[in-house]
Design a protein. Sequence first.
Length: 192
Amino acid sequence: MSLNLLLFLILAGLAVLSALGMLLSRNALHSALYLIINFITVAVMYLTLHAPFIAIVQITVYTGAIMVLFVFVIMLLGAEQIGSRHPQRWFLPLAIFLGTVLLIETMYIVLYQRNLTPGAAKIAEQFGSPKAIGELLFNQYLLPFEATSILLLVAMIGAIVLTKRVEAGTDHPAGIEHPAGIEHPNTQTEEK
């Protein structure tokens, strides 16, 4: 048994166990933490396949950004414990049927369709490296990259403005004042 195969088996086992822990955990925060373990394991698998850029993106985007957002929302909403909802009666038979169909399809492909895909093509030495992706991104795709960054900046500013707390007694966000001499339509002035 080679070192690569042994490392793959350890990583695959850890990925499967963390995915099962995520699915079977009754605590939503624990499920999110199991998902973080799964993302990190997949990133290490990418490193073993000599794909460092995808591994870095996996950790920074999924583990670093999206999972922090998930954990923040779980803690903010207080949804740590998953309620004991009673599922519909037809969920279990449908799940068993679809799981059986998927298992039969997978076994058919594995056992009878071994030569379904052609052999792997020869890949260039620097294909997919962070340097090659950076050069392509900042040369050929500079305009779409900058447009995306501006779109994300506008979305972030919009989210901040929308989540500002409303001042007491008014229905406009805190910190936003109306221009001088223009009254808000919902404010009432006392006439003497």
